[in-house]
Structures are given as structure tokens and as C-alpha cells.
Design a protein around this ligand. Structure first.
Ligand SMILES: NC(=O)C1=CN([C@@H]2O[C@H](COP(=O)(O)OP(=O)(O)OC[C@H]3O[C@@H](n4cnc5c(N)ncnc54)[C@H](O)[C@@H]3O)[C@@H](O)[C@H]2O)C=CC1
Ligand SMILES: O=C(O)C(=O)COP(=O)(O)O
Length: 469
């Protein structure tokens, strides 16, 4: 898959600079209401095709929010796309204004692409989450609108796991408090209730990419590892899966959360769960802010049930650097800030040079591949569909992408439309209510694309039609 991605990216780059034929504005080929489709909008008119070129890449508008890494920007700019990159997220109203205009949006964990926002995104064909989590996007609504969503499933897992290892030691040694004290001038040399982590038990909730990586690191430092997960995962090293959350909480000196944001994980650690934890144990949350009931954590900290905690994520996070973390955002913010031996970090679990660089490359390439070739490998909300790319000795070909409702009879109708041409290759797959069809047809003469488009556009199953090459 990696090789294929590279091939596609390279080929696209090469073809962009070697074009003989005339290109017309392609933007209305995306999401266009039927009435707005015209011959000149449906793709390019091929005169003397010596090279392939999907469309005029300079017409593709991309908005990147939340300081996406330069590696991702370079890949997208290298394609000739118009890229606007902002350092922060945007308030919803500003986001709606901006998203109306773009074909591609790149975000990280902060930007909420709700149905309300996506409804306004009339030209959007794809979302790139330059992070692991995709809970911030209404994936189902996006799929229904034919908008693909990509993420980077594990490029920052190691960074999160390393941060958690650091936090375990910092909590056990009360290092945050000692550092704060000395920064304010107080020498306070303490050993009471400071511990080695060797021999202690780490309880991991969610044994996926991050949880399992952490398991290996923790054992290497002499910890015993137990984990709880709704799925049976192979235990790494000597770790042991426990059957219930309660068993994990009863048995752990350190509890760390690595589950996604889901309705089932909301407040999965609340007052009853703190009761089930060992007195004097520690809680770490670098997953999502909704997973821990923070007022319950504040109580557990004040009454001595837990000896400390580390939080990297919060139900409401500021939009950008320099913003304040106060009760305006989360009612309990000042209480949390006043507690001792609580490490508060500004959602930096995945924020390392290594992770951000690889995420930029991975998601940047996925976006290019999707925009230029329609390949959905790695999409989280659409079926994963791929076709061998057209080669330079296949002139007068067109690639048709037809995203449609997954109902009976569609293939028959679509193939009837395509039947005047040779269908060189075709593939289709479905995921839930949405299906994705890709076909390469040959001997397409100038002007015929419009006819094919018109006939596909009126099919009742249509969600979105695109023409490439
Ligand atoms: N702080 C940060 O900067 C970062 C935070 N994250 C967060 O960490 C989360 C986990 O990341 P990965 O390990 O890559 O995800 P993953 O999908 O590889 O693993 C999640 C695990 O949680 C399990 N799970 C789901 N629901 C559960 C439940 N109710 N009870 C117990 N286990 C449950 C799943 O079966 C899976 O094994 C992400 O979804 C994201 O929200 C990810 C990267 C960076
Ligand atoms: O990858 C994730 O899911 C994260 O939480 C990291 O988010 P970020 O890219 O730092 O906004």
C-alpha cells in the first residue's frame, strides 16, 4: 500500500508539469447540483493527450487548521493545490464561512465538523484528520454526503506512550510539585509518599495501538501490566487481560486510559470507579476529555482516594496557543488548577516532531491520492476502494467515481450509462448505507463526459459524481 501511495503521488506530480491539453474548471464536478453542470465544468477537454492529468490541480482549494505540520503542507502545495494554513482552530461561525469554499479541509483533534458545519460545505469532497481520533467529525453524515474522511491511525502512538511513562514517574515522585515549589523559591526535600515505579502495577484501559505500546515500555521498567478492553487482544510480554473494569481498578497502582471517545466511554471513570481504585493510586488520561468525570476526580483527589493524576485532554479545550484555560471553558477549571500532584498538559500527547512529521506525510499523501485518483484506501467512513492507476499509454480514458446510496439496481443503471464505452476496469464496495463505484472507461471523446455526467446525475441513487483524467 505504501508503494502504491508513493507511485500515485509521484505520477501526479510528474503529470502536473507536462500538460498539452486544455483544462477547464473542474470545481463543479464535485457536489454540483445538476443545474449547475455545464460542458466546461465537467472535466477537461482532451485534444492531444500525451500525458495524463486529472484536472487543473490549481483549482483545488484546501484549508488546513490547527497548525498542520509543514510536511503535510509541502505535499499538498507540491501538487499545485491552493493551500491556506491557519495555526488555530476556528469558532464555528468562521469555520462555516470558510468551509463553504473549499474542496479539502485538514484538521486535528480540536475542530468539530458537525452536521451543521458539513451541511454548509457544498464543495467539500474530503476531510483529512491529521491525528488519530476522528470523534470530532460526524462520520456518518459525511459519508451520506459522499465526503471521505482520512486519519493517521498510529503515527503518534509512540509519542503518547512515552508521555505516559514520563507522567507515571513524575506522579510517583511528586516531581511537578517539587519543581513548582523551587521555581517559586521554596526548597522542599521530601521522600514521604514518593515511590519507585518498579514492581508497581499499571492498569491500561484500552489495549489498542497506544495501550499495547505502553504495556511493552512499562514492563521494560519493571512494572506489572494488566489491561481491560472490550475486545480480546493478544497480551504482549507478561501483561494480563482482566475481565472487568472493576478488576482493573481494584488491582492497579496506576490507571491509564487509552479508549476512543464514544457514547460508551463517556464518564467511564466517575465517582463509583474512583471508589473501586486503590487508595493512594494514580489516574492518567491522555485519551479524550469526556472519558473522565472531572468533578469526581477533583473529589477523589481532595479526599485522598487518589494520590495524583495527569490529564492531557479536557471536555472543552482552548482553540489555540495563548488562550486561557479557565472556568469560561470548563466550570471546574480553577478547582483543578489548584490541586496538588495533578499534572495538567495542553493536549500534547501526540505533539512531537517525529509524530507530526509522519502524520503530515501520511495524511497529506492520502488526500492527494483521493483527490487525484479517487482511491479510498485508509478512509474511515467510506468503503476502501482502489484501482490501478491509468498509465500514459492509455489516452482518452476517463475515471468515473460514483458515490451512491447502497440500494438494489444501481450497478445495472450505472453500467447502462457507461455501456457506450469500453469499461476497462471497474470496482465497487459498500459500507453501511453508502457505496463507492470506480470505473475506468476508454475511447471517451471530447464532450462525451458531459453526457455521461448528465445521465449519472439524474439517477436517484446518486450522492456524488466525480470525473478524473
Ligand atoms: N492525547 C493525545 O494527544 C492523543 C490522544 N489519542 C486518543 O487515544 C485514543 C486511543 O488511541 P489508540 O490506542 O490509537 O486507539 P485504538 O483504536 O488502537 O485502541 C482503542 C482501544 O480501546 C478499546 N475500547 C473501545 N471502547 C472501549 C471500552 N468501552 N472499554 C474498554 N476498551 C475499549 C478498543 O477495543 C481498542 O482496543 C484515540 O481514540 C484518541 O482519542 C490518540 C493520540 C494522541
Ligand atoms: O491524534 C489524536 O487523536 C490526538 O488526540 C492528538 O491530537 P492533536 O493532533 O494534537 O490535536
Amino acid at each position: 500500500m505504501a508503494t502504491q501511495a508513493r507511485d500515485i503521488a509521484n505520477r501526479s506530480l510528474m503529470t502536473n508539469s507536462n500538460v498539452l491539453s486544455v483544462s477547464t474548471s473542474p470545481t463543479a464536478a464535485f457536489h454540483s447540483p445538476l443545474s449547475s453542470l455545464g460542458a466546461s465544468q465537467l472535466g477537461r477537454v482532451v485534444t492531444q493527450p500525451k500525458q495524463l492529468k486529472p484536472f487543473d490541480t490549481q483549482d483545488i482549494k484546501i484549508l488546513l487548521l490547527e497548525n498542520v505540520n509543514q510536511s503535510g503542507k509541502d505535499i499538498l502545495k507540491g501538487q499545485g493545490y491552493q493551500v491556506e494554513a491557519l495555526k488555530s482552530s476556528l469558532p464555528e461561525d468562521e469555520l462555516i464561512e470558510k468551509i463553504r469554499d473549499v474542496h479539502v479541509i485538514g484538521i486535528r483533534s480540536k475542530t468539530r465538523l458537525t452536521e451543521r458545519v458539513l451541511r454548509e460545505a457544498k464543495h467539500l469532497i474530503v476531510v483529512g484528520c491529521f491525528c488519530i481520533g476522528t470523534n470530532q467529525v460526524d462520520l456518518e453524515y459525511a459519508a451520506k454526503e459522499g465526503i471521505a474522511v482520512f486519519n493517521s491511525p498510529f503515527a503518534n502512538s509512540r509519542s503518547v506512550a512515552e508521555l505516559v511513562i514520563g507522567e507515571i514517574i513524575v506522579l510517583a515522585r511528586q516531581l511537578g510539585d517539587r519543581s513548582n515549589e523551587l521555581h517559586s523559591g521554596t526548597w522542599n526535600k521530601v521522600s514521604a509518599k514518593c515511590w519507585e515505579i518498579r514492581g508497581k502495577t499499571l492498569g491500561i484501559i484500552g489495549y489498542g495501538h497506544i495501550g499495547s505500546q505502553l504495556s511493552v515500555l512499562a514492563e521494560a521498567m519493571g512494572m506489572t501490566v494488566i489491561y481491560y478492553d472490550v475486545v480480546n487482544h493478544m497480551a504482549l510480554g507478561s501483561a494480563k487481560q482482566v475481565p472487568t473494569l472493576e478488576a482493573l481498578l481494584n488491582g492497579s497502582d496506576f490507571v491509564t486510559l487509552h479508549v476512543p471517545e464514544l457514547p460508551e466511554t463517556k464518564n467511564m471513570i466517575g465517582a463509583p470507579q474512583f471508589e473501586q481504585m486503590k487508595t493512594g493510586s494514580y489516574l492518567i488520561n491522555a485519551s479524550r476529555g469526556t472519558v473522565v468525570d472531572i468533578p469526581a476526580l477533583i473529589n477523589a483527589s481532595r479526599n485522598g482516594k487518589i494520590a495524583g493524576a495527569a490529564l492531557d485532554v479536557y471536555p472543552n479545550e482552548p482553540g489555540g496557543n495563548g488562550d486561557y484555560f479557565t472556568s469560561n471553558l470548563n466550570a471546574w477549571a480553577e478547582d483543578l488548577r489548584s490541586l496538588k500532584n495533578i499534572i495538567l498538559s495542553p493536549h500534547i500527547g501526540g505533539s512531537t516532531e517525529e509524530a507530526q512529521r509522519s502524520i503530515g506525510v501520511e495524511v497529506g499523501n492520502a488526500l492527494v491520492r483521493y483527490v487525484n485518483s479517487g482511491v479510498t484506501l485508509g478512509a474511515v467512513n467510506l468503503p476502501e476502494v482502489s484501482l490501478r492507476s491509468l498509465t500514459l499509454d492509455e489516452p482518452n480514458h476517463a475515471r468515473v467515481i460514483y458515490i451512491h446510496h447502497n440500494v438494489p439496481g444501481v450497478l445495472k443503471q450505472v453500467n447502462k450509462v457507461l455501456s457506450d464505452h469500453n469499461v476497462d476496469k471497474q470496482t465497487t464496495d459498500s459500507k453501511g448505507d453508502v457505496a463507492y463505484l470506480m470505473a475506468d472507461i476508454s475511447d471517451v471523446q471530447p464532450g462525451e463526459i458531459k453526457d455521461i455526467a448528465d445521465r449519472l446525475e439524474v439517477l436517484p441513487s446518486r450522492i456524488l459524481t466525480r470525473f478524473l483524467y
